[in-house]
Each structure stands twice: as C-alpha cells, then as structure tokens.
Design a binder for this molecule. Structure first.
Ligand code: PEP
Ligand code: MN
Length: 340
C-alpha cells in the first residue's frame, strides 16, 4: 500500500501516518518527493485495511499495490538508483555508460590476464569471466570454478580492473562476493529463490539477468527478492528471450529497456552476445541498446574466439571489440549520456 500525502502536509501529519502503519505491525517507508511525500507500507502479505487511516489529516490518496513487487518500483522510490561498484565507479542515473567485457568462461591465467590488459588500455572498467558455468550438457566445459575465482582476484589485484562473475549456488555466494566486485545471477537461475535470498543478504552489486522465458513482471519480482533481503545494489540485464525464432540464439527484447526503466528505479544493461548468439549481430544490437537508453553493455570478448571453450560464435576478438568500443563512444555521447 502507498499513502500519498497532500502537497502541504506537514511533519506531524506524516508522523501520525507512520505511527498508524507501525501500529498495524508494518514498516513505513517515508519518501519525500519534489511535490509531495509518499509513505510506503512494507511487510504486509495481503490487503491492508484503510480504516485506521480514514480520519488522519493530510492524506491525499491511498493506493493498493497489487503487483508482486514494491521496493524496486518507481512508486516506492521515484529517483534512479545508483549502484556503486567501487570508489569512482557507479552505474545508473546520470553516471557514465558502463562497459563490461570479457570471455564467456575463464580458461586460464594467460587468457584472462591478456583480456584484462586489453580492456584496461581501452579504459573499460569491468571484466567479465565465468568460473561456474551453467551448461546445457554435463559433457560441456563446466568452468574453472574456485580456481577461476582465484584468477579473477589475481587479475583484479594486478590491473585494478573491477570484475563480475556468475554465482550459481547459495553456498558459493560468500566466497565469490569476497573475491569479485559484482555477482551475476544468470538467466537459468533468475528464479532460484534461495540464491536470490542469499545474494540479498550481501551488499555486493548484483547483475540480475532476465530468465530464458521470464516475463518482465517475473524478472522484476526476482529483483524484489534481492531488495527485500536488504541488498539494493541491483543491475538488471536483458539478454534476450526464447521465442519461436531460431535464426538468432535468443530474441532481443530491447523495448523492455525503456519499459523497465519506467517501472523500476534500477539501472538496466544489455547483453548483445547472448541476445543474438552471432558475432556480426553484436555491434548493431549494442548500438541499438545505447539508443533505447541502456545504462550499459556486457559483451563477450575472447583473445581467440575460434578456440573458445564456450560461446565462441558470439564472442568478438580484440580487434572487433576495439572497433565497436570506438564506435559506441561517439554514439553514447550523441545520445547525451556520458562515457568514461
Ligand atoms: C553468461 O553470461 O555467460 C551466461 C551464461 O549468460 P545467460 O545466463 O544470460 O545465459
Ligand atoms: Mn556466455
């Protein structure tokens, strides 16, 4: 439930509403706005009776929220959330466009270090690299797991680049959060509720990918799980959805970027690699994502895509990535956003 106060409501009136909310056993979240203050009711599991508020002065309107999410919605938090990754590096709001790049999977020290150094030279602030890999077949490369996380920590210490990696199981969250800057929840785990809860207990930035066939509402409700747990540092990532179309690996759903920016206050980025599955489509779809207002991109890059252990056909080589990065800078600035 959301209680919207009159524009001229004073502090004592707001306090009375907060007290009435608390008397019902719920938490009141006071959200001052430019024109009027709103008070969000948190902790209720169903319909909240309006009777205790009927005679309170200063209330303009009571809105019952029937959606499966609240805290991540703009109704509850009108201003853009800024997720701080580390000192001097944030995403969301008016912060510079966030570029993330790196291999699908960490394959060894040489491969990941080479990639980090190339990115560093270009001023790309975040390196991606999968250590725990969610593979369709158990016969495919499963990732370097703990050893991969240790390599990421090594690369971070050597180059200063921030890192992101996928975490698949609640037991690994603590170890991964200690060693990398951003946790990634992959498409296949978007509704792994125990994992969402565990990540919600940390304060690590989290990239939450959209599920393979998840509706926008399901995706946002998953973000709500993380936020309810106490972790507000969520970055949503559109990576294409499964449709009847097989010409591309997934169907890029770019329309939901402006849509989700409207209904939530969270930063939204795009992954053109998994969204298309084909190297030649990565550049045009990256450009399209910039134009529709994404806060950033996560792109798969490999020193030798032909020999990549996973997702080679959608990975750019260094030369292709450099060219794309250059092109994107001009486009990002053209849209009025900042680059690093
Ligand atoms: C990945 O980022 O390598 C990955 C497995 O992505 P997704 O979860 O979007 O399929
Ligand atoms: Mn991949």
């Amino acid at each position: 439930m959301l209680i919207v106060m009159h524009h001229n409501a004073q502090r004592p009136e707001i306090r009375k509403v907060v007290k009435a909310v608390e008397a019902l056993g719920f938490t009141a979240k006071v959200m001052p706005g430019a024109a009027r203050t709103a008070i969000g009711v948190i902790g209720n599991q169903g319909w909240v009776d309006e009777t205790p508020f009927a005679d309170l002065p200063g209330i303009l309107q009571i809105i019952h929220v029937t959606k499966p999410y609240k805290l991540v919605s703009r109704d509850f938090h009108p201003r853009d959330t800024v997720v701080r990754i580390k000192k001097g590096l944030s995403v969301g709001g008016r912060n510079p466009f966030l570029m993330i790049a790196g291999p699908c999977a960490i394959e060894g020290r040489d491969q990941i270090m080479k990639t980090a150094r190339m990115l560093k030279k270009l001023g790309i602030p975040v390196l991606r690299g999968g250590a725990y890999k969610p593979r369709t077949s158990p016969h495919s490369f499963q990732g370097m797991r703990e050893e991969g996380i240790e390599l990421l920590a090594e690369v971070r210490a050597a180059t200063g680049i921030a890192t992101v990696t996928e975490v698949m199981s609640p037991e690994h969250v603590g170890f991964v959060a200690k060693n990398v800057d951003i946790l990634q929840i992959g498409a296949r785990n978007m509704q792994n509720f125990d994992l969402l809860k565990e990540v919600g207990r940390t304060r690590s930035p989290v990239i939450l990918k959209r599920g393979l066939s998840a509706s926008v509402e399901e995706w946002i409700a998953s973000a709500e799980y993380i936020m309810v747990g106490g972790n507000p540092n969520i970055i949503l990532c559109e990576r294409g959805i499964r449709t009847f179309e097989t010409a591309t690996r997934n169907t890029s759903d770019l329309a939901i970027i402006p849509l989700v920016k409207d209904i939530t206050h969270l930063p939204v980025i795009f992954d053109p690699s998994h969204a298309t599955g084909h190297r030649p489509l990565v550049a045009p779809m990256s450009q399209a994502a910039v134009v529709v207002g994404a806060h950033g991109l996560m792109i798969e890059v490999h020193p030798d895509p032909e020999r990549a252990a996973s997702d080679g056909p959608q990975s750019l080589n260094f030369k292709e990535f450099r060219a794309l990065n250059k092109k994107l800078k001009t486009l990002i600035e053209f849209t009025g956003a900042k680059t690093r």
